[in-house]
Design a protein around this ligand. Structure first.
Ligand code: NAD
Length: 427
């Protein structure tokens, strides 16, 4: 896919079809684990796929047709769960890939969920609030044959936020005739959202960084960090890593990158981004290109933007010792092999960014019980889940002599295969 951003500063990435790459990966792991052909075949396909083309009245009075998707990869372990992405480049295969990653991710952290994903091809950055609201309400109605608190529960992803989740909840509730809090997670706190959800994915990345630093014996105090993609995930990760004593030396967004070898004041960068909608031009910084940022000599690199950013063309230039995949699919399979050969410690996306779905699960549970927890309780339970999952994956990685990504796939596939076998096939 093409990622947004200044094209002359993008890494030269040839990104293959991400869904086909996942299918190959699942196949390899199933064969290694002697998983039956039937289960292997089931895991390689999405269970349900919906494509919708729908009209939205724009502010200038014209009618524009948008294309959206909702894909459920699996609901074997529980309701399908996965975010909704608003981005001009989305397509069916990307949505399938993101849905499959959700199935694997929920299994790695042992949540009673399957995986799904939704997307609409649009550019939310150039749409008014009114246009976004009308698009969201119509898209929700179009996919309402799939979603519901017991069957398929959306959440925010790239280009969507708590306000959009509130519109989804309201639209679904209007059709039902009563308020349904559990239909979506990532809602505003005043509307059934969970404390800690907004920062949860970034916090999960930080918990993983702490666990890796303990495992490898690297102190986080003064450790240098580069964050590619200072959005919801990257912004929270950067802020919390700075609180842990890390020096955030570079960050980027879709408009460009900034660098300061002495460390950036992340709170000030986030304020600057809020005011100007860009990190570029922050006073105590110099400009840096994406390839330069990704290749910085630092302790930790957090790719937190989109897929395929670390690819064959730039994998060899990565100098960071630890890579925490905040984004879904930021590393292509050939790049992954290079990172492994070069001795990098990669915490794969399906583990590193699972904090978001973990707290989404907590939000869903709190909504179903109408009983809400304190932020301390949410964060402490999140730490427990991430800690368990990290150590389970590390144990498999050491026992089976595989990297953390393969180990995470093995853990997920073992749990999915068990659920499929135990449920059996209907009829
Ligand atoms: P977001 O829209 O809040 O942030 C994305 C950031 O990446 C933005 O700052 C954007 O400017 C930047 N960006 C886009 N294109 C870029 C490019 N070419 N180079 C550099 N920066 C670029 O989205 P998000 O919710 O933070 O999601 C980011 C990634 O994390 C996605 O892969 C998403 O699927 C994954 N993820 C998100 C969540 C969540 O809870 N939001 C959970 C799990 C995984």
């Amino acid at each position: 896919m093409t990622t947004e951003g200044p094209k002359d500063t993008m890494p030269v990435c040839e990104v293959a079809n991400p869904f086909e790459e996942i299918q190959k990966h699942i196949d390899n792991i199933c064969r290694r684990m002697n998983v039956s052909e039937g289960i292997n075949a089931r895991l390689q396909q999405c269970e349900r796929e919906l494509i919708v083309h729908f009209p939205v009245k724009m502010d200038d009075g014209t009618i524009k047709i948008f294309t959206g998707y909702r894909v459920e990869h699996s609901d074997t372990r529980g309701p399908a769960k996965g975010g909704i992405r608003y981005h001009p480049d989305v397509n069916l295969d990307e949505t399938r890939a993101l849905a499959a990653w959700m199935t694997l991710k929920c299994a790695v952290v042992n949540l009673p969920y399957g995986g799904a994903k939704g997307s609409v091809a649009c550019n939310p950055k150039v749409m008014s609030q009114g246009e976004l609201e009308r698009l969201t309400r119509r898209y929700t109605t179009e996919i309402s044959v799939f979603i519901g608190p017991e069957r398929d529960i959306p959440a925010p992803d790239v280009g969507t936020n708590p306000q959009i989740m509130a519109w989804i909840m309201d639209t679904y509730s209007m059709h039902k005739g009563y308020s349904v809090l559990g239909v979506v997670t990532g809602k505003p706190i005043g509307l059934g959202g969970s404390r800690g959800r907004l920062e949860a994915t970034g916090r999960g990345c930080v918990i993983c960084t702490q666990l890796v630093s303990k495992h490898l014996g690297i102190s986080l105090d003064g450790a240098t960090v580069a964050v590619h993609g200072l959005g919801n995930v990257g912004g929270a990760a950067a802020k919390l890593l700075a609180k842990e004593g890390c020096k955030i030396i570079a960050v980027s967004d879709s408009t460009g990158g900034i660098y300061n070898s002495k460390g950036l004041d992340i709170d000030a960068v986030l304020r600057h981004k809020k005011e100007t909608r860009s990190v570029v031009g922050f006073k105590d910084s110099e400009a840096i290109t994406y390839p330069e940022l990704l290749g910085l000599d630092c302790d930790v690199l957090v790719p937190a933007a989109l897929e395929g950013v670390i690819c064959a063309a730039n994998a060899d230039s990565i100098k960071a010792k630890v890579i925490i995949e905040g984004a879904n699919g930021p590393t292509t399979p050939d790049a992954d092999a290079t990172l492994c050969e070069n001795g990098k410690f990669v915490v794969p996306d399906i583990l590193a960014n699972a904090g978001g779905v973990v707290v989404s699960y907590f939000e869903w549970v709190q909504g179903l019980q109408s009983f809400f927890w304190s932020e301390e309780e949410v964060n402490s339970r999140l730490t427990g889940v991430m800690d368990n999952a990290f150590h389970e994956v590390l144990e498999i990685s050491q026992r089976e002599k595989v990297n953390m990504r393969d180990a995470a796939y093995m853990l997920a596939i073992q749990r999915l295969a068990y659920a499929m076998t135990t449920r059996g096939i209907f009829p």
